[in-house]
Design a protein around this ligand. Structure first.
Ligand SMILES: [Zn+2]
Length: 65
C-alpha cells in the first residue's frame, strides 16, 4: 500500500502539489466565485481556482468573489 506523506516542515514549492490540505492564497483560496458577466455567485471546492470554473448560467469563466 502506497501512502503519500506530506511533510509541512519541508513543503514543496506552492503550485507543484495538488493542494492536499493546503489551499493556496489568492486564487483557489476563496469560498465562493462570482460570474463577472451575470453576477451569479457559486461556492467552490478549495484548490480549484475560480478561473477554472465556469458560470452555471452563462458559461463564462468565474472570478474570485
Ligand atoms: Zn454568468
Amino acid at each position: 500500500m502506497e501512502v503519500e506523506v506530506v511533510d509541512l516542515r519541508n513543503s514543496p514549492t506552492p503550485g507543484t502539489g495538488q493542494g492536499v490540505g493546503l489551499p493556496k492564497r489568492g486564487e483557489g483560496g476563496r469560498d465562493s466565485c462570482k460570474c463577472p458577466v451575470c453576477g451569479t455567485i457559486v461556492s467552490h471546492s478549495r484548490g480549484l481556482p475560480c478561473t477554472k470554473q465556469k458560470c452555471p448560467k452563462c458559461g463564462s469563466p468565474m472570478v474570485g468573489a
